[in-house]
Design a protein. Sequence first.
Lengths: 184, 431
Amino acid sequence: MEMQTELVERAMRGNHEAFAELANGAWAKLYGTAGLILGEHGAAQEAAQAALIRAWRDLPTLRRPASFDAWLYRLVINACRDEARRRARVREIHFEGQEPVATADPFAWLAERDELDRAFTRLTPDQRAILALVYYRGLTVPEAARVIGAPLGTAKSRLHRALEALRAALAAEGRPGIEQESGA
Amino acid sequence: MSGPDDLEQQLAAYLTSRAPTPPRGALEALLRQTAGQPQRRRGRAFAAAGWRGLGAVAAAAALIAVVAFGSGLVPSSFAPGAGVTPTPTLSPTTIVLPVPIREKAIAAEAETIFADRLRALGIGTFTASIGNDLQFSFVLPPTVPAADVAAVLHTAGHLEWLAWPAGLPVPDVGHPVPAGIPVLFDQSRVLAATLASPPNQAPPALVVQLQLDATAASALADYTSAHIGGPEVLALDGTVLAAPIIESPSSGGDVTISWAPANASLSPAALVAILRSGPLPAGWITPCSGAGCPSLAPTPAGSASPSPTPVASATVACGGLAAEDCPAAAQAALAAVAGQAMTPTRVELGSGVFCPTPDFDGRPIPNTSCPSTVVAPPSGATWIGHAVVSFATSSDQAYIDLAKDPSGIKAVLVAIGPPPPTPLPASSTGP
């Protein structure tokens, strides 16, 4: 942790190599989190890139280097929100050009459509965000609350509702052994 | 029944297996981009003359940076040895282009042509979007020649060979062609436009080779035979692109164009891209196509048009601020962001102030001073409230504290950043 704090401090002073090292360590998880929330490769890339660009630009304004991780994940959650909102209101045209399109679609798993996939898809982006932070990123609920900028009680409630919604969706899929519960 | 622990365990494994992997090279490209970008410095900035001064300096710099289209473009056969390849510069990731018309069919056709031009520049993947605010937003890869992109997005693409009247002076390159000059043929007669690098040329340079159809080749042969010593004038969008002196008759329908060193705004690659796609539809109005077009300059990601909207055009919500303070407070807030190169669209005023806490999240506290007194009002002034300024093409907002003294209202820019977290929209794309 001390090493990361030192890197953050160097990056805050404009050392791009230090920032690159921080970005390398965080990139896969940032991208994965954005992908789970937004569910689409292009959107995930936009959000993850926007978060890192903002991170580099705004690093000198970070007051506590130790809070870098939470701050970075807040940036990616905000970027996901912006991207989701933008895609909801903008008619978007994707052009495929001369560059070869990658054959290995990182989102090919979306086509598998098993029960959990379908259930997770039914959640709101808000619910996917809290689940991704806690069960993918491994944050505690208080840490996740700090990232999403919500009081602890709100985060707990959101997590509970997300799990309930997931459970209900699984029950609706007729998944054996899953019943809708009334409590956590 | 499956208990919560079971589901949570399944969920952790599921999310880990389902989280997408970033594409190879994406981070490296991103880091190359950020390496060239400045960081925002911490600190507060007082509004008033300082920001206005910065805005004026930025505007002057933008105007100085504007380069006229088409200057110095000369056919190589008449200017041997002249030619440089414009140096590609790092591009921003987003270029905003106003859609100047409301006819959907025309906008769609223009969109297709822009796509063709960007492909011709070798830009394989990009996104164009039309929002409710009638503008294209082109999100481009980090490393593209920004000048080329700007050129292809702002050139209608009407290339004409003119039958220049004997004795009529030819305007300088880049200047408008007088009305009434007969046209020999136009770009519709160009069968192929290719980039080439002539051997044994020092310094190495790219040229554009055009292949004309038989009709144009014949017309050009006839014209050049009859006008030895006269100008062969090519016009692009009504301005002189090149006007070499005819030394010998043209034959075969092949034309080579090379670049004079002074030309840095329209590269050979950009001209080829424009010619390959054909001109923009007749109903399309190129927002600005000549010298003095600051709006042509690409803008950084998340930034608005570099042509700032007049202060008066932003809407103002007075909120909890005293009504008599509202106009002056709004003006002070807008002055505080005048140096941000973003177009303010809305000013929301209210009571309470923003405190620059370590994890500043854009929420004002209800009283008029920060609990830890980390921010003090300007000398002799007292805090009266806050302002939040929204911008045209960025979700960022400016968070400003407002103070009042006998001379008026002063604005203190606390931060520019994303809005406070709010629930995600339920209608967004799902996996």
